[in-house]
Ligand binder design. Structure first.
Ligand code: GAR
Length: 209
């Protein structure tokens, strides 16, 4: 059974979708721990409701980013993960931390990368007059919101959209996208080679949600 550790900072709706899919689809993998850098993250409650171990590591208690990341790696490694899943974990990671989990750390980002890295993705997509938006699951590399793309889901940007309505549509797409990508990983169905990710069974890795 592959061991998945999920890092969160917020409500954890993607975490919830992943846990539900792992059980419903009987993956050869399970979320064994959820770690948050915020004690008030709603996702901690969701994890506990599923009977999953939770830990809080407050980044404000550390002198600098390197010290926090080193402590975080210690907490993660205590759970012997095969895969680390960033699910709304709102921290910039040090290159050392990223290197430690190279090829076994995934992130979801609420845009069609490489467009709109960073924050306020939906506002920026609307401001730019984009007609589609979406979400990306990618392997994490040292550069923020970059790294080999595993899967992408596209949603329309509608004429009356504001940041809130678009965010809701994209998040709903993430709840399908992220479990699918994590499921592929734990089933050993992904190949990462020369910076590109292919699904060994030829499943489509991009779609309109
Ligand atoms: C999601 O929209 C995710 O794409 C985003 O945070 C939200 C977390 O929601 N992540 C990032 O912006 C990372 N750069 P959740 O806590 O309900 O899963």
């Amino acid at each position: 059974m592959k061991r998945i550790v999920v890092l969160i900072s917020g409500q954890g709706s993607n975490l919830d979708a992943i846990v539900r899919a792992s059980e419903a689809e009987d993956w050869p993998g399970r979320v064994v721990a959820v770690i948050s850098n915020r004690a008030d993250a709603g996702g901690l409650q969701r994890a506990r409701a599923h009977g999953i171990a939770t830990e809080v590591l407050d980044h404000k208690a550390f002198a600098d980013r390197a010290a926090f990341d080193a402590a975080l790696a210690g907490v993660i490694d205590a759970h012997s993960p095969d895969l680390v899943v960033l699910a709304g974990f709102m921290r910039i990671l040090t290159p050392e931390f990223v290197a430690r989990y190279e090829g076994r750390m995934l992130n979801v980002h609420p845009s069609l990368l490489p467009a709109f890295t960073g924050l306020h993705t939906h506002r920026r997509a609307i401001e730019q007059g984009c007609k589609v938006a979406g979400a990306t699951v990618h392997f994490v590399c040292a550069e923020l919101d970059h790294g080999p793309v595993v899967a992408q889901a596209v949603v329309p940007v509608l004429a009356g959209d504001d940041e809130t309505t678009l965010a809701k549509r994209v998040l709903a797409a993430e709840h399908v996208l992220y479990p699918r990508a994590v499921g592929w990983f734990v089933k050993g169905e992904l190949r990462l080679q020369d910076g590109r990710v292919t699904h060994l069974g030829g499943e489509p890795q991009g779609w309109f949600a």
